[in-house]
Design a binder for this molecule. Sequence first.
Ligand code: PSV
Ligand code: MN
Length: 387
Amino acid sequence: MTRFEDIAGDLAHLAVEVPSWAYGNSGTRFKVFGSPGTPRTVEEKVADAAKVHEFTGLAPTVALHIPWDMTDDFGKLRAYAQDHGVVLGTINSNTFQDDDYKLGSLTHADPAVRRKAVQHNLDCVDVMDETGSRDLKIWLADGSNYPGQADMRARQDWLAEGLAEIYGRLGEHQRLVLEYKFFEPAFYHTDVPDWGTSYVHCLALGERATVCLDTGHHAPGTNIEFIVAQLLRLGKLGSFDFNSRFYADDDLIVGAADPFQLFRILVEVIRGGGYGPGSDVALMLDQCHNIEKKIPGQIRSVLNVQEMVARALLLDAEALAQARREGDVLAAHQVFMDAFYTDVRRDLAGWREERGLPADPMAAYLASGYQEQIEGDRIGGAQAGWN
Ligand code: PSV
Ligand code: MN
C-alpha cells in the first residue's frame, strides 16, 4: 500500500498554469454577466492570478492570450509578474475574432488571409521573446458548416504550410503546441478536429511541435486517458488545457463534472512520465467562470487538480501490476478504485501547513480581504472580457 508520506515529496512537483482570461468576464452567446472587481487591464489579471499562487503554491505561471492581453511593453509586464511572484507562461494566439477569419484563418482559401494569420502567430513569437515564454499555443476555429462549402483536403495543405512557417520562426527553447477540438464554432467539419490530425501536423513539423489536449474538446464518452497514454508513448503530448464539461466545451471547473475521469487521466500522465521534474508536459487550466467568483473559482480548480494528483500518486503500482500479471480483473479494478476513493483532503491540509501555506486556501482567500479590496478599487474603466 502506498501511504501519503510516500508521495508527499512528489506532490511538490505540481505546477498548474492559469489562464489570464479566467479572471476577465466571460459568458455564453446569450449573455456575458459582469461581476464586481473584474480586472480592467492585463496587470490586474496578473495580480489576480498571483493571488491563486499565493494561497495555494500551485500556480506559478500565467498564460496570456493575444490580442486580449496586448500591451506595448511585455518586458515591463514580465517584471510586473515577477514582482507579484509569478511568471508569464504560454502565449495563446487568436485568429478567431477578426472579420477576415469568418471562413478560416491558417486554412482560408484566400492567401492574403492565410498570410495575415501566419503573421499574427509570428508576432506572438515576438511576444514570447519578450515574455520569456516557452510555448506558443495555436487553436483554430477553422472549419465549415455545410458539406461542399470548403475544400477540406486543400485546407490541410495550407495548414501544413502555415504551421511550417510559424514553426521555423521559433527559438531553440520554444515550442509550438497545436490544440484540437472536434466541433464549434464550425459544425460540419473542423480543420484540427482530433489528436490524430494534430499529431500528424506536429510530426511533420519536428520535435518542438506537440499536441495540446483540452479535456473539453472530445465527443461525449471519449476515453481521454487512452489518448493521453498514446501521446505520451509517442513523445508528443505537449500540454493540457484542463476544464470539465457536461455537454459541449463547457469550460467548467476541472474535476467538477467528472472527478473520476480527471483521476484516470492523471494516472496515465504519471504512468507515462508526464509528471514531475523529468517531464515537459504543461498542465494548464482553460476555464471561464461565468457565474461564480473568478479567483476562488481558480483556487478551487488548482486544488481539484492537486487532490486528484495525490490520489493518482497513491495508486499502488506494484499491487496493480501483480493483479494484472495474474489476470485478476477484479483485484486490479479494486486497487485502482481504492486509490480513487482515498480522501486526501486532511493530509493535504497538513502538507500545506508544513510548507507555510494555508491549510484551507479557499477559506484563507475569502478571509484575506482581497476580494472586497478589488471590488472597491476597480470602479470605472472597461472590465476585461473575452472579446
Ligand atoms: C477553444 O475552445 C479554446 O479551448 C482554446 O484554447 C482557446 O484559446 C480558448 O478556448 C479560449 O477561448
Ligand atoms: Mn483550450
